[in-house]
Write a protein that binds this ligand. Structure first.
Ligand code: PLP
Length: 393
């Protein structure tokens, strides 16, 4: 139903806009682990909440609809969604995966799946020739994250999906940074979309959640089976929080993306900043691919200070962004990838990927961008003044 409306409207007007039984204009939280069966020969739709829960189903329907998929799944975290999806693989299978993938995904692939006989090759996913060369007869999945974390590298989803299909592989896309508001990988040929809903989708730094959506008939069935078998489902309360966050996704992301562009431009012009990574800049090597496959540059940017040692005093002298792991919230979040999101990655792997000590990642929230810029200006002025003092000494 209502698929003809635009995305912005479908966030509010979908099959779950009101409860059919009571008319309540909010999805009811079904806080039940089990469901009474009227007759053991004819079980009801729900029997046990790991296998199915009406609140979770509302969220799963909604994400499927928003991603243009046929089925959605809600998991206890983004990592639960990602890890459960990797269980579609079997011993002896091989995965080709972005080398600058999320730190937790790196850990799962590198430290866990190997023990189960699942092989992997990390590649620069922006280089199609390198991707093609890495595909082996036992390759089953090409795994993309675009824009990537934290350097915002852009992978051509359509080109990689084509390459996957030609080699009988599936394409998985971690769509956390864009959300379906800005990028819909299934339409570009991907088979499975994954999310840390903890970030922009829920959007308020108050819930950890994961989502998946697919339009592939085999994945549809198998992932449902794996979700129930592995059991890392999202609880009813948290499903409700994610559903509530989703309603404002479009306007949050619009506002935050607009501010991110303003801030990225400001930082790029600052003499103490060496480099700004932001896919909205024409100078970004992936900007045209990104513009083709997405409808916005998003609200995350990274920047590198010229003086690595200044990162500490800079982050201590800004007031507004919370200094924390995570992103995609109403409040701006500044993080230090080398010690936070990518701490799970060995140092040599980190440096190889450009995640150096001078790099900071900013997820822009809903503050007035002028206030954020003033705050950054103060932080950078402090750093500049300190440098003058140390030079004078
Ligand atoms: C945070 C994040 C994850 C992991 O999600 P959790 O909800 O923290 O388990 C995966 N991918 C990306 C891109 C992320 O930012």
């Amino acid at each position: 139903m209502t698929n003809h409306h635009t995305f912005q409207t479908r966030l509010l007007h979908n099959d779950h806009k009101f409860d059919r039984e009571t008319g309540a204009v909010s999805v009811p939280i079904q806080q039940a682990s089990t469901f009474h069966q009227a007759d053991f020969d004819n079980p009801g739709i729900y029997d046990y909440s790991r296998s199915g829960n009406p609140t979770r189903e509302a969220l799963e329907d909604t994400i499927a609809n928003l991603e243009g998929g046929t089925r959605g799944y809600a998991f206890a975290s983004g990592m639960a969604a990602i890890s459960t999806s990797f269980m579609l693989l079997s011993k002896g299978d091989h995965v080709v995966i972005s080398e600058d993938v999320y730190g937790g995904t790196f850990r799962m692939i590198h430290d866990v799946l190997g023990r189960f006989g699942i092989e992997h090759t990390f590649v620069n996913m922006t280089d199609l020739h390198e991707v093609a060369t890495a595909i082996q007869p036992n390759t089953k999945v090409l795994y993309i994250e675009t824009p990537s974390n934290p350097l915002l590298n852009i992978t051509d989803i359509q080109a990689v999906s084509k390459l996957a299909k030609a080699n009988n592989c599936l394409t998985f896309v971690d769509n956390t940074f864009m959300t379906p508001a800005l990028q819909q990988p299934l339409e570009l040929g991907a088979d499975l979309v994954l999310h840390s809903a903890t970030k922009f989708i829920a959007g308020h730094s108050d819930v950890v959640a994961g989502l998946a959506a697919t339009n592939h008939p085999e994945i549809e069935e198998q992932l449902g089976f794996l979700q129930n078998s592995f059991g890392s489902i999202l609880g009813a309360h948290d499903c409700w929080l994610v559903l509530r966050g989703l309603k404002t996704l479009d306007c949050r992301l619009k506002q935050s993306s607009e501010s991110a562009e303003t801030i990225a431009t400001y930082l790029a012009g600052h003499p103490l900043v060496e480099e700004v990574y932001y896919p909205g800049f024409n100078s970004h090597p992936g900007s045209s691919t990104h513009a083709y496959q997405s409808s916005g540059a998003g609200a995350v940017l990274s920047f590198r200070l010229k003086d690595e040692a200044a990162v500490r005093s800079f982050s201590q002298h800004i007031e507004l962004p919370v200094f924390a792991v995570s992103l995609g919230a109403v409040e701006s979040i500044l993080s230090y990838p080398a010690k936070m999101s990518h701490a799970a990655m060995p140092e040599h792997e980190r440096l190889k990927r450009g995640i150096t000590g001078g790099l900071l990642r900013l997820s822009v929230g809903l503050e007035n961008p002028d206030d954020l810029i003033r705050d950054f200006e103060n932080g950078l002025e402090y750093v500049g003044a300190q440098q003058k003092v140390s030079k004078a000494q």
